[in-house]
Design a binder for this molecule. Structure first.
Ligand code: SF4
Length: 657
C-alpha cells in the first residue's frame, strides 16, 4: 500500500473542492481528467517551460524516481552538501509530501522554486493583488501551491532559511535567438514515460532574452499562512489547520462533507449515463444525493449547470435554486430589446422553457435569419483555422505565447448550390513559423471574388489581427507586406484609437448567428460546432437525405480534398451518429478516453486534438510514415470543421424556405 500523503496535486484538488480528495485515485469512480499526465501538459501548453527553468539553475541533479522513500533518500543525501541544486526534490513532513520543481541550497539558505507555464506582464508580486489587498482569483491556485510547499519545507527543515519563488513566463520578454523551442524535444524512456529533454545545450545567448522570471513569494506566502482564513466544513480556520484537516481526512480515507458549489459544473468525478450503466460510481451523483437529498430521478431534470452562459451560479446555489423548475424569469434578469435576434437572457429562458415543457422542437427565427442571408454575397467561403501558442518562441524577437497559425480549411458554396472543399493549408515543419505563408495562401484563395466569408467564433479574427501586428512590427524585408496587411484589414474587425472598425469584407461569425437565431434543445447549454453539427443533422431532413448517400468526395458530386465517397449519416440508437466520431483517431498511443477528452475540450489552449497533434509533430521524433498519417488525419478533421459550417448553412437555407 502506498502511503496516503497529501501531495501537491491532492492539495490542489482539495482547494478546488475538499470532497474530491475522497474520490481521487479510486478506480471505481469516474475521473474525467486526462489519464496521461504528459498529454495533459501538452494539451495545456507550456510543457517546455519546466525544462527551460532548469537552465536558469544549472548543474542540478534530477530525482527521477517515483518511489517516495527512494526520492526522499536521494534528496536528503544531496542536501548534505553545502551547496546544491536539485530538480524534483522530495520533501516529507508528517503526512505531507512534495516534489519541488527546483531547490537551490547555499549554506543554510534554500530557494524553493515552483515553475508555472502561466504568463505575467510584471516582474514583481504586485501582479497578484487586487486594490483591496486580496489576491486576484486567477492567481490564487498558484499562490496557494507555493505557500503549501513553503509550509512543508519549513516544517521539514526548520534549520534552514526557506525562500519561496514562483517562476513564470514573462510575456513581454523576447527570444534572443532563433530556434530556441526546437532545442526542447519530447523523448520516451525505457519504461514508456515521456520527458522533455534538451536536444542541444542552451547558450548564454539563448538565455539572454530572460523569458522566465522568478518572483519572490515571501510576502504572499506570509499572507496565506498568517493573515487569510479559510472555510473548512462551515468553520473558519487558518491555513495550517486547513491543510492538516485535508491530510488527516485523506490519510483515513474519510469523505469531507460535500458543499455544492460552482465548480460542480465541471467536476471530473461526474459520470455520464453510459458510465453509470457500466457500473461506474459517480462522485457528483453521490455529492448531490448527500447534500441535496436528491434521488436518481432528480438527475434527469436540467439544472443551472446546464444553463447556457449562466453568470449567477453562486447566487442560485445560495438560494437553493438548482433545478430549472426553481428558476424564474426574474431570477435570470430576463431582458428583451428591439434588435433582431435573441438577447442572452431570452436564449436562456428559451432553454429553460423548452426543457420544462419537454419540448424537443428547434427554435429558428426565420424572418431575421432570412434578412441576414439576403445580405450575403455568393460564392460563400467557410474558413477555419487551427493554431498553437508555444510558450517558447520559434524565432528571435518573438514573445512567449505568440500564436502560430499552422492550418486552415476552406469550403465554398456557389450561387447554384454547388459545394466544394476548395483549399487547405497545413505546415507542421519543425521550427518553422508559417504565419506569413499561411496568410499568403489564404489571401490567394479568398481574393478572387467578393463573396461573404464565414468563421465560427472570433478565433480567426484574433489570429489574423495578431499576424497583422507581427507584419507591421517585423523589421525584416517582406516584399508583399503591404498587400498582406491590406488583405487582413479587409476581412477583419479591429480597433484603432479604441474605435471598432469593420473591414469592408469583414468575416461573418456563424456562431453569433447560432446564438441569435437558432436553438435546438439537443444542444443544451453548448453552441460549440462539435455539438451543433450532430444536433442539426438530427433535426434537418434535408441533410439526412442528402448526406446518407456516398456523395461527399464522389466524382461529379461534392469535391473533397481528403475524403472519397463519404457517407456522413450513420444511425445509432435512432440518432444520427456524431460525424466527428466517424473519423479515425489522430494518434494510436492515446487511450480512447483521453482522446475523447482532447476532442471535446477545444478550450484547452484553443486546440484540443489538432493542437496536440501539431505539438507532437514539432517536438517528438516521429517516423516519417506515422507523421504523414497524423497529417492526413489533421486535414480530415479541419475539413470536417468547415463542412460542418456548410451543413449549418444548408440546413438553414432549407428551413427558411
Ligand atoms: S460534485 Fe461538487 S461537491 Fe462533489 S466533489 Fe465535485 S465539486 Fe466537490
Amino acid at each position: 500500500m502506498k502511503p496516503r500523503y497529501l501531495t501537491k496535486s491532492r492539495f490542489k484538488l482539495a482547494m478546488e473542492c475538499p470532497t474530491k480528495l475522497f474520490y481521487t485515485g479510486k478506480k471505481e469512480y469516474v475521473d474525467n481528467k486526462l489519464e496521461d499526465p504528459f498529454l495533459e501538459a501538452l494539451a495545456e501548453g507550456g510543457f517546455q517551460v519546466g525544462e527551460l527553468a532548469t537552465a536558469y539553475y544549472p548543474g542540478g541533479t534530477n530525482i527521477d524516481t517515483l518511489d517516495y522513500d527512494q526520492a526522499l533518500n536521494e534528496t536528503n543525501e544531496l542536501l548534505k552538501q553545502d551547496n546544491c541544486v536539485i530538480y524534483e526534490a522530495a520533501i516529507k513532513y508528517d503526512d505531507f509530501f512534495i516534489r519541488v520543481d527546483i531547490l537551490q541550497k547555499e549554506g543554510n539558505q534554500i530557494k524553493l522554486i515552483e515553475v508555472k507555464a502561466k504568463s505575467t506582464d510584471a516582474r514583481t508580486d504586485a501582479v497578484f493583488y487586487k486594490k483591496d489587498g486580496g489576491f486576484l482569483a486567477g492567481w490564487k491556485p498558484y499562490i496557494h501551491d507555493i505557500a503549501f510547499q513553503s509550509y512543508v519545507a519549513q516544517q521539514a527543515f526548520p534549520q534552514y532559511e526557506i525562500t519561496p519563488y514562483l517562476m513564470l513566463v514573462d510575456k513581454n520578454a523576447k527570444s534572443s535567438t532563433d530556434g530556441l523551442n526546437q532545442k526542447f524535444k519530447i523523448t520516451q524512456d525505457h519504461s514508456g514515460r515521456k520527458h522533455v529533454t534538451l536536444a542541444e545545450e542552451l547558450t548564454e545567448e539563448d538565455l539572454a532574452g530572460e523569458l522566465l522570471v522568478a518572483i519572490n513569494m515571501e510576502n504572499a506566502c506570509y499572507k496565506v499562512r498568517y493573515e487569510d482564513t479559510y472555510t473548512y466544513v462551515n468553520e473558519e480556520v487558518d491555513f495550517s489547520e486547513l491543510i492538516k484537516n485535508f491530510a488527516s481526512m485523506y490519510k483515513q480515507d474519510q469523505i469531507i462533507e460535500p458543499i455544492i458549489n460552482s465548480s460542480c459544473k465541471t467536476c471530473e468525478f461526474k459520470a455520464s449515463d453510459a458510465a453509470l450503466k457500466d457500473g461506474m460510481k459517480s462522485g457528483y451523483h453521490e455529492c448531490f444525493k448527500s447534500s441535496l437529498q436528491w434521488e436518481d430521478k432528480d438527475f434527469a431534470e436540467d439544472n443551472i449547470f446546464d444553463l447556457w452562459d449562466c453568470r449567477k451560479t453562486p447566487t442560485f446555489i445560495q438560494e437553493g435554486k438548482i433545478k430549472f423548475a426553481d428558476v424564474s424569469k426574474e431570477d435570470i434578469g430576463f431582458k428583451e430589446d428591439n434588435k433582431p435576434g435573441l438577447t442572452r437572457t431570452e436564449r436562456q429562458w428559451l432553454q429553460i422553457e423548452k426543457s420544462l415543457n419537454n419540448d424537443s422542437k428547434i427554435y429558428l427565427d426565420k424572418e431575421n435569419l432570412k434578412n441576414e442571408m439576403k445580405t450575403w454575397t455568393y460564392p460563400l467561403h467557410f474558413i477555419d483555422f487551427e493554431t498553437s501558442s508555444p510558450a517558447i518562441p520559434f524565432n528571435k524577437g518573438r514573445r512567449p505565447y505568440e500564436g502560430i497559425a499552422f492550418q486552415f480549411s476552406h469550403h465554398m458554396v456557389h450561387e447554384d448550390g454547388k459545394i466544394e472543399h476548395r483549399s487547405e493549408y497545413l505546415n507542421t515543419e519543425p521550427g518553422f513559423n508559417p504565419n506569413y505563408e499561411f496568410v499568403r495562401r489564404l489571401k490567394s484563395e479568398l481574393e478572387n471574388d467578393n463573396g461573404t466569408i464565414f468563421k465560427y467564433s472570433p478565433h480567426e479574427n484574433t489570429y489574423l489581427t495578431m499576424i497583422y501586428h507581427q507584419l507591421q512590427t517585423d523589421e525584416s524585408f517582406i516584399k508583399d507586406k503591404d498587400e498582406l496587411c491590406h488583405f487582413i484589414r479587409e476581412i477583419t474587425e479591429y480597433e484603432v484609437d479604441k474605435k471598432k472598425i469593420e473591414g469592408p469584407r469583414n468575416m461573418v461569425d456563424l456562431l453569433k448567428l447560432v446564438k441569435s437565431y437558432y436553438y435546438d434543445p439537443y444542444m443544451k447549454g453548448s453552441n460549440s460546432i462539435k455539438v451543433v453539427l450532430p444536433s442539426i443533422l438530427n433535426s434537418s431532413d434535408y441533410l439526412k437525405e442528402k448526406y446518407s448517400k456516398p456523395i461527399y468526395g464522389a466524382k461529379d458530386s461534392i469535391r473533397s480534398l481528403n475524403f472519397e465517397n463519404e457517407t456522413w449519416i450513420e444511425f445509432e440508437n435512432g440518432q444520427v451518429k456524431d460525424p466527428y466520431k466517424l473519423l479515425p483517431k489522430l494518434f494510436d498511443d492515446v487511450s480512447d478516453k483521453d482522446y475523447e477528452y482532447l476532442n471535446l475540450h477545444e478550450e484547452l489552449n484553443n486546440g484540443g486534438a489538432a493542437m496536440t497533434a501539431y505539438e507532437r509533430l514539432q517536438f517528438e521524433d516521429i517516423p516519417h510514415e506515422v507523421r504523414s498519417e497524423i497529417e492526413k488525419g489533421m486535414l480530415k478533421y479541419c475539413e470536417l470543421d468547415t463542412l460542418a459550417m456548410v451543413m449549418i448553412y444548408e440546413a438553414w437555407a432549407d428551413m427558411i424556405k
